[in-house]
Design a protein around this ligand. Structure first.
Ligand code: ACO
Length: 378
């Protein structure tokens, strides 16, 4: 049979599977999670409710929610050996995503291998791994998780050792819900590919962390914050942005493989982020700069790349919101993983419901008739 030689670089536009977890309309800038439009869900749901929705395809009733919360809360602790690895990672200068990759791989030591139990375990434990790394990197003692706090509140509590206020919890929870799932993005597709070999959920999550780490995927919000702070200090938004574009640099927080409109997550996160900055004059001024950077960048990108609709992506307001909520810059990508692990595990379970090995073809572009020459004759 002749090979189909049609090739889409980066699999752009290729439909590689079916999912009921999230729907994206890139042209209209629309995102639906578990059947709910993003704006309907993100600011209302707790993270536990959104996760239950992804796993069960419906929202829990009050009793189910309480049981699910308790179930997750009981899976938060990590083994001493994992803490040792994270301490070593912090002390030798690994960044948070490197530490998370190590922590995720080791987090389920002694687990029973049941897919659904492992999925919940990975969601519950990733915040502990990130927070432990952070505490060690700061030269502070590890803060044990507290089972009486909700998932998001407990994450923030483990970072600082202080119970967070409700505004910080709501803001960060809106973020976790907003980015929990997003179709076949690179890290989710990685997770699905791994379980499609009948490997395991821990491997899927560990591989997904690796895929998320890159600056073209989850590594962008740190550089976005650097850009915003630098522009704020420079006082000249347009000149700063134009100089970067003139030197051929990409503006972090703009452009997307699927969206040709403003990323719908940017709208939700922008509203949530504003809450943190409205309280003070200084905050309001910073938020004004953020808005001005967005408007100026979008119009300059139109000028420099007229053929590609480059709009604000999720990372632009992720950086703004997490900065406003007091999450350290070095933990932005790791916090993205803390949210997205819900999507990764839901996709892994969905893949396993009706599994078929993911194994695409490649188009060969090398030589075919080379003749062997011994080493001493080359
Ligand atoms: N700034 C300047 N130019 C850009 C940008 C940008 N942010 N994004 C794309 N372009 C340009 C490219 O240089 C390219 O121009 P060319 O055709 O003249 O070479 C054209 O637009 C098309 O870009 P592609 O790389 O083909 O677009 P792709 O779909 O592969 O990339 C991506 C999407 C990786 C997100 C890209 O827009 C980018 O690098 N953005 C900056 C990094 C970023 O914000 N990443 C977070 C993404 S959101 C997420 O993963 C959760």
């Amino acid at each position: 049979m002749a090979e189909d030689q049609h090739y889409y670089p980066g699999l752009e536009g290729v439909v590689a599977g079916e999912t009921r977890l999230s729907y994206i309309d890139g042209e209209a800038g629309e995102l639906v999670i578990g059947g709910y439009p993003l704006a309907e869900l993100a600011g209302n749901a707790t993270y536990e409710e959104t996760l239950f929705l992804l796993y069960e395809d419906r929202l829990p009733d009050a009793d189910e929610l309480e049981a699910f919360r308790d179930d997750l809360a009981g899976r938060r602790t990590v083994d001493g050996a994992v803490l040792d690895v994270l301490r070593e990672a912090a002390e030798t200068g690994c960044d948070a995503m490197e530490a998370l990759r190590m922590g995720a791989a080791a987090a389920d030591i002694g687990g029973d291998g049941d897919d659904r139990e492992t999925a919940k375990r990975m969601v519950a434990v990733l915040p502990t791994v990130v927070a432990a790394y952070h505490r060690f990197a700061e030269g502070e003692a590890f803060v044990e998780p507290r089972a009486d706090l909700r998932h998001t509140a407990n994450y923030l509590y483990m970072l600082t050792g202080t119970e967070p206020d409700e505004a910080a919890v709501r803001g960060v929870e809106t973020y976790l819900n907003t980015v929990i799932d997003h179709g076949f993005n690179a890290s989710t597709f990685t997770a699905r590919t791994i379980v499609s070999t009948e490997s395991d959920i821990v491997s899927a999550v560990t591989g997904a962390v690796g895929a998320l780490k890159g600056p073209l995927h989850g590594g962008a919000p740190g550089p976005v914050l650097d850009m915003l702070l630098d522009i704020d200090a420079s006082g000249d938004v347009e000149r700063w942005l134009r100089e970067r574009l003139e030197s051929g640099e990409r503006l972090m927080g703009f452009g997307h493989r699927v969206y040709r409109a403003r990323d719908p997550r940017a709208a939700v996160l922008s509203t949530a982020a504003r809450e943190f900055f409205d309280a003070s004059d200084e905050g309001q001024a910073f938020f004004e700069t953020v808005r001005s950077v967005e408007d100026t960048a979008v119009s300059l990108l139109e000028e420099y790349e007229p053929d590609r609709a480059l709009e604000t992506n999720v990372e632009f307001y992720t950086a703004t919101l997490l900065y406003g909520a007091g999450v350290p810059r070095g933990l932005f990508s790791a916090s993205f993983a803390v949210a997205r692990v819900g999507g990764w595990t839901a996709h892994a379970l969905e893949q396993l419901e009706d599994n078929r090995l993911i194994r695409p073809r490649s188009r060969y572009v090398g030589e075919r008739r080379r003749e062997w020459t011994p080493a001493d004759a080359r």
